[in-house]
Design a protein around this ligand. Sequence first.
Ligand code: NAI
Ligand code: MG
Length: 495
Amino acid sequence: MTDLEPVAPAQPVMPAWEYAAAPESKDIVRLQDRYGLFIGGEFVEPKSGRWFPTIDPSNETVLAEVAEAGEEDVDVAVTAARSAYVTAWRDLPGSERAKYLYRIARALQERAREFAVLESMNGGKPIKESRDVDLPLAAAHFFYYAGWADKLEYAFPAMKPTPLGVAGQVIPWNFPLLMAAWKLAPALASGNTAVLKPAETTPLTALLLGEVIQQAELPPGVVNILTGAGATGASLVGHPDVDKVAFTGSTEVGKQIRRAVAGTSKHLTLELGGKAANIVFEDAPIDQAVEGVVNGIFFNQGHVCCAGSRLLVQEPAFEQLLDKLKVRLGTLRVGDPLDKNTDVGAINSRAQLEKIGELVASGVEEGAVIYQPPCDLPERGFWFAPTLFTGVSQSHRIAREEIFGPVLSILTFRTPEEAVEKANNTPYGLSAGIWTEKGSRILWMARRMRAGVVWANTFNRFDPTSPFGGYKESGFGREGGRHGLEPYVRLEPVS
Ligand code: NAI
Ligand code: MG
């Protein structure tokens, strides 16, 4: 025995490193008090005489008033689109149409910061996402389809494509500009004209796109943008002179639209909800999987149709994965969408916040175990803390219904067969994720997933060259890639 006690290794004193506020400036955005409808290349007053406010969901301040298009306005816009189709667009050589699309793409790049800030102000998503995901992808979509405009005759072997006419396009609020790009780029590239209706909570970047369309000098009426809510969307879908309807949004409204066009000659594509399984096997690279799971459900506050909202973990990996997920959740910064360090922004609307709250309450009531990291939510605006549920059974509402918020339901499985069974046990089928070290298992699983997109050892990857779309109640039709042209053309065998 020596009387010298072993010296305990010095514990480094770690101060709590907080990020200083790093807000992106709003100066680049010039808001107008009021925005009219974009019809025939001009911003015009609505014949309905109605206007509604649009807010910043992070603080509930009113940003501007926008026009609410009534039935008469819809008719004027569809007429403008028809006239542009016949006189200016349908017969334009593809190489000429391409020039306009390239101009739009370049203008989006040049004005990317303005668009990104406005997107975050009007929709609540973190600036790092609107800046690094929404804007680059929107521009990339226009670039990609510009490339197809003069090559359509090679897109479908032995088939001759011709445009359909006027496309009526209704889009949601989770990726407002990006969904406008997904809809407009393939429609215009293949020779159609369009009437686009953005969602009622996020009209501002679509209206700014109207400015870009003026800047690109598109023939008036090729693109028309009508703001308004569900009634405006319904009149557009129901207009007799619309040839093609494209919708992204809830499954409920998708079903209404399908009924509305039944018995007409209108072409239809629907991109609806999802309840994707993100499946982690015990041999998965666990830290990488944690990042993928977090990205899968907390990206864009979980307002993502293909969000990995059901985590299926192989039993031996469950404890470790859960511990790591909890630690990682504690590091997510929730708050000001315009702060460059923000990971999780504001919930898009009060209605969506209430829906998330109701489903989370059902999870607790039905016996699942809730976990939320300590986090200070701003007082004004719409916020929801990142949330995990364990002890979830397949019959729980939180395992079956689309929550469309930052809420992850965790289930476990033992064998690959059980994982397949559970993953496909849903009315939806938009996407799936598989995390494993084994390539053969990825292929085995991917073949069995009834989902339009299957990601392997990654999640939420998007590329304009890659088709995206659903099975079952997630809808039908593909967007992106060569497949994305198909819904906008009539194909006849080359004689
Ligand atoms: P929604 O489906 O009502 O809205 C999407 C778009 O459709 C908006 O532009 C809206 O004005 C329009 N619309 C509404 N009713 C219409 C009708 N009868 N005819 C034509 N257009 C119509 O979605 P909402 O109410 O904003 O969200 C409800 C739920 O839907 C969300 O909680 C989420 O679960 C899901 N959703 C899914 C999306 C997805 O991308 N899969 C996108 C938005 C919502
Ligand atoms: Mg709705």
